[in-house]
Design a protein around this ligand. Structure first.
Ligand SMILES: NC(=O)C1=CN([C@@H]2O[C@H](COP(=O)(O)OP(=O)(O)OC[C@H]3O[C@@H](n4cnc5c(N)ncnc54)[C@H](OP(=O)(O)O)[C@@H]3O)[C@@H](O)[C@H]2O)C=CC1
Ligand SMILES: O=C(O)CCC(=O)C(=O)O
Length: 425
């Protein structure tokens, strides 16, 4: 017998559904016309590839990867590549759409893209990782190019992976290195000073500007950071160095907590040695769920999506959340946090430091000219401050949370590019 499912049995929205819901919320605020909504709520190109890789033991495994371009209206598409066992096309589409808005929020001449391979890179040898990266690059190379689509690092990818992408692409184009085809690469190959730390540093600039605006004394704040990779460890390190008490951090194995503050350089050294922060001697272990609900002032999710949900949002104690990760807060949680007066610096602004310095790296690579780290950091700081002020102004003008305000500004900009170019890009 067929019965209607009750509403509460509906499947949870996918990550792409969430991205579209956020888009529609902001589109409603500015009364975006239906034609432009139809154009901007879909991804322009979605490439899925299944490709074989020969493993060290001589067997062959087949991996699935994706590269999605959400919009190319403002310029070449830009966005990282993620290696993770949970990667799906839906996730990559959401991340690509967020890249479009992120680039627009900080005024970069790019559209958004993202890539991913469904793999656990931690169980691969360096040789297998290189083979996988080279084959994946070849499979998606019809989309890549310094003036079409420019990858960068994301979860579980790093400068070495970017170097293999650069080399593989260059080999298909005559062999001479094409440094502007990828960012986040090693300095030796034309990488930029400051790119490795840029996402974390940009997030700290965002926190500093929010603290100035809302009259919060930053050095006296207690901070919790979820995720202790490239972004999370940089945020923890910089905030520790300016005097904040970083009382909790975590990685994929779990978290650690010390209400008196963790010595972050020691935690970093411990992580390098043990591959995890769990069981760090001067702290108690907590789960990742407990970590998010610790009594703190600033919470920095810097791991994966959908960490702050309808379920735990009522128990979050932080007064400021800086989304270093992409998509850590669901729309239901957003509404709860807003009603509770908790300030959320949205991902498309708070983690935009990475792509901003990627843009600087691209410009330097195109000109074969390098800037100093001070130049990079001070330009980044100016962009993060100015972008915050623009978002804050939009939030006041429309009486909306900072996420919707950031989206409003981004959508207006991308819609204008799309309209002026004649709707087809
Ligand atoms: N790299 C960049 O430039 C940018 C990254 N981002 C976003 O920042 C976030 C982090 O990226 P990045 O630092 O580069 O990635 P990394 O791979 O360097 O680090 C990810 C960190 O998250 C931890 N982690 C993974 N799963 C969980 C989990 N379930 N609970 C808690 N921690 C977990 C990992 O643990 P373990 O150490 O055990 O693996 C690791 O410490 C992502 O959302 C990414 O999209 C946004 C903008 C730019
Ligand atoms: O640096 C870049 O180009 C993009 C980084 C990224 O993937 C992100 O901002 O989510």
């Amino acid at each position: 017998m067929l019965v209607d499912s009750p509403a509460h049995d509906q499947p949870a929205p996918s990550l792409y559904d969430i991205a579209v819901e956020q888009f529609n919320t902001a589109a409603d605020v500015i009364g975006l016309d239906d034609d432009m909504r139809r154009i901007l709520s879909v991804c322009k190109r979605e490439l899925a590839v299944n490709f074989p890789v020969e493993m060290d033991d001589g067997t062959v495994q087949v991996f699935t990867g994706y590269r999605v371009q959400h919009s190319i209206a403002p310029g070449p598409s830009k966005g990282g590549i993620r290696y993770h066992p949970d990667v799906t096309l839906d996730e990559v589409k959401a991340l690509a759409m967020w890249m479009t808005w992120k680039c627009a929020v900080v005024g970069l001449p790019y559209g958004g893209a993202k890539g991913g391979v469904r793999v656990n890179p931690k169980v691969l040898s360096q040789n297998e990782l290189q083979n996988l990266t080279r084959r994946y690059t070849t499979e998606i190379s019809m989309l890549l190019g310094p003036h079409s689509d420019i990858p960068a690092p994301d979860v579980n990818t790093n400068p070495q992976v970017m170097a293999w992408i650069l080399d593989t692409y260059s080999m298909h184009h005559g062999g001479v290195a094409v440094p502007a085809v990828v960012t986040g690469k090693p300095l030796l190959l034309g990488g930029s000073a400051g790119r490795l730390e840029a996402t974390g540093r940009g997030c700290v600039f965002a926190i500093e500007q929010a603290c100035r605006t809302y009259d919060i004394d930053l050095p006296s704040q207690r901070v919790v950071v979820q995720g202790f990779g490239n972004v999370g460890s940089t945020v923890a390190q910089i905030l520790h160095s300016i005097g904040c008490r970083v009382i909790g951090v975590s990685d994929s194995h779990g978290g650690i907590y010390n209400p008196n503050g963790l010595d972050i350089p020691s935690v970093l050294a411990y992580k390098r040695q043990m591959q995890t922060i769990v069981d760090f001697p001067e702290a108690e272990n907590v789960t990742n769920e407990e970590l998010l609900e610790l009594d703190c002032d600033i919470l920095v999710p810097a791991a994966l999506e959908e960490q702050i949900t309808e379920e735990n949002a009522p128990r979050i104690k932080a007064r400021l959340i800086a989304e270093a990760a992409n998509g850590p807060t669901t729309p239901d949680a957003d509404r709860i946090l807003y009603d509770r007066g908790i300030i959320v610096l949205p991902d498309i602004y708070a983690n935009a430091g990475g792509v901003t310095v990627s843009y600087f790296e691209w410009v330097q690579a195109l000109q074969s000219f390098s800037w100093t780290e001070d130049e990079v950091n001070s330009r980044l700081q100016r962009i993060m401050i100015e972008s915050f002020m623009a978002i804050h102004e939009a939030a006041e003008q429309y009486h909306v949370p900072l996420r919707t305000a950031a989206l409003v500004r981004a959508i207006q900009r991308v819609a204008e590019f799309t309209r002026v170019r004649g709707i087809y890009p």
